[in-house]
Design a binder for this molecule. Sequence first.
Ligand SMILES: Cc1cc2nc3c(=O)[nH]c(=O)nc-3n(C[C@H](O)[C@H](O)[C@H](O)COP(=O)(O)OP(=O)(O)OC[C@H]3O[C@@H](n4cnc5c(N)ncnc54)[C@H](O)[C@@H]3O)c2cc1C
Length: 459
Amino acid sequence: MSESHGDTLARTVGGAVLTPDNAGYDEARALWNARFDRRPDLIVRCTNPDDVRAAVNFARDNGLRLSVKGGGHAFAANTVADGGLLIDLSPMQGIEVDPERKTARIEAGAKWGQVDSRVQAHGLASPGGTVSTVGVAGYTLGGGAGYLARMYGMAIDNLLSVDVVTADGELRHVSEEQHPDLFWALRGGGGNFGVATRFEFRLHEVGPQVLAGQVFHRFVDAPEVLRFYREFMSEAPEEVQCYPFFLRVPPLDLFPQEYHGQLVLDLVLFHARTGADAEATLRPLVEAGDPFLAFVGPQPYVDVLKTFDAGVPSGQRYESRSHDLPSISDDVIATLMEHLPDMTGEFTSAYLGGLGGAIARVDPAATAFPHRAAAFSFHIMAGWTEPEMDEQVTGWTRRLHDALTPHATGGVYVNVLGHGEASRVRAAYGDNWARLVELKRIWDPDNLFRTNHNIPPAG
Ligand SMILES: Cc1cc2nc3c(=O)[nH]c(=O)nc-3n(C[C@H](O)[C@H](O)[C@H](O)COP(=O)(O)OP(=O)(O)OC[C@H]3O[C@@H](n4cnc5c(N)ncnc54)[C@H](O)[C@@H]3O)c2cc1C
């Protein structure tokens, strides 16, 4: 890379162009998962779609490896490549809310926490996820499912349009009416089809208070609680979400000291409304089994969306493995009980989540995201600080994941693929794979957008 490359580009873009010697370089390439340290030759801190166009054209014309960073929260940490040019979208964080139409237009560098507080000011909710520091862009392009997904669908089901710079350097406004094939691919196909610069979403009336909380059980009681949970979720109204989390209790005053460091089951409960009906709906789940600690009640929705932020700090080492499950069978429960006691890593948890509802009402072929029929998801989110622990934590993660494979659907959500799972990208797209590789051939025949969970162009 000659120095003049950066100088040439700097003349054509409004945002900063950084090389490894510049202040801000390390911050601009940093990812939530700090396990891998990748150093681009150039970083373009894009401030508007024209900057993105210039960077895409420059990378393509000079044969540079291109990376694109939205919120930087990819589990696999494959967002940034070594060498080449990184498009950093973090300066693009504009959010426009239209309370009358109940829509929001959000630039691609925004994080869900910024969006949620803006839309909640109008009594509205976005289709964002369970952690407020996650980026809107990568989350949405992969599918996006949070507390409200069973009620109002995934992020892609609430997406009205996307502005995207395609491999030819053109900025396109894409929707059901304009370039519907590209719109189909962008709803689940990840970063494979271009650089999204702005998203337009449908919003819903939720909050300002919802009913939420956590109910903690001893690990030995987990089989009984999980059997209750699976029955409860099969009948649960769509306003309800519940994530059974396995984690080691942190040494906080909130928890009885005897449980500090113990492996427990934490039922994370959510109902999108408040009041007597909502309480009656959640009560069986709150009262099931013999919990040792419970706090459930009305809470501001914006606070609920930050519940887990502190437990998954940026800049640690992370690994991710996940399965879609057809059910929480007794075999699944037995496998969890066998492997979870070996759980290791300061920030590690493993959790289940209920799917169905509005997610399942969409035809699996209607968007690029195919796994509409799975009943539950299971996700190991392993987190630790010391490189010396890499093998211990990833080995445990792999063993539990492998042990569950016979009981899983074979499908997986692309946004939770972990490091070294390139071979599962095809499973992430199921029956939609053939259409995706064909659309990739049309929109990105040279695979310019390949620093991601890659869909190669047909042929
Ligand atoms: C702590 C945590 C909690 C999570 N919770 C949820 C959850 O509740 N629900 C859920 O569905 N998912 C969840 N996820 C998964 C999340 O959806 C993915 O990690 C997602 O990729 C993050 O998007 P990002 O923009 O922050 O990441 P990035 O690392 O910036 O991007 C991820 C991928 O998308 C590409 N990309 C990013 N921006 C663009 C763009 N503008 N145009 C084209 N390509 C782009 C990148 O190149 C990369 O390949 C969670 C992840 C974490 C780490």
